[in-house]
Ligand binder design. Sequence first.
Ligand code: GLA
Length: 321
Amino acid sequence: MVGLKDKYKDYFKIGAAVNVNTIVSHADLIKEHFNSITCENETKFINLQGEKGKFNFSPADKIVQFGRVNNLAMRGHVFAWHNQSPDWLFENTNREEMLERTREHIRIVGQRYNKDFYCWDAVNEAIEDKTDSFYRQSPWVRIIGEDFADYVFRYAKEILPDTDLYYNDYNESIPTKRDKIYEYVKGMLDRGVPVDGIGMQCHWSIYYPSTDLIKQAIEKYAGLGLKIQITEMDISMFAHDDNSVYKKPTEQMIELQANAYQEVFAIFREYKDIIDNVTLWGVADDCTWLDYFPVFNRKNWPLLFDENHQPKEALLRIMDF
Ligand code: GLA
């Protein structure tokens, strides 16, 4: 069969989140269908610098090596996030000191992988989901202030002048949050902060969001004149508040999912001039974070290849155009 990445070669890169295990267990699928990878965890702050000043590059290096050998584009993920950051980063510190810690982390990581990652998610999830407030009340905001992202982007650009820097977030298609993300990034651009693009995570379900909401979000972000990437896409078989358990997906779920993938990929193709990369948050249904979240150990089937690494109906649909 033609590789997904080859089918989409005139549209955008097709990426997958990978880890040190899946670059072995899923190597054939990755090489056949994907031309971009993101480290699922290995380049997060806690994984790289769990202890102050002690960097552990070995898992990330393995993935980067796999990417180099197989000629894959690589997305860096992520410099500043409230999750998967070590406690020491936020302890016994103040604005100046934490800015310095952040700058130093970005300097060391950025220099090491300077030629490898063609873009980085500089800042992840700074916006609050609840409608009554704007900023997520994270340690970044508490210690540095609401302008912390300005510094993260500037520090990253200093070290990586040729690398595209993204602001990345989820619930990116829900109007209230979408508009806050827009305002946030627009504010940075107005202040001359070097933001190159918006990462739409796209952790969706077979029920939500609608194609209208997705289009409106892309249009809105495109209005900033920035690139857009789909950075973490998966389509869960369950609505976000549904705790049911199934041994295998029903025919109806499979159809809804195939249809959802088909419709959204058709939208992505329409916006190929601004969408640079569409990355799935995993390779096949045997390895997905959604088996543990929001219900622990509840099987989910959110990706394009099944548990036996075979193409799903969703894959066939997005190849059919
Ligand atoms: C967030 C992060 C990702 C990953 C996913 C799900 O969206 O950006 O790194 O952790 O959650 O696991």
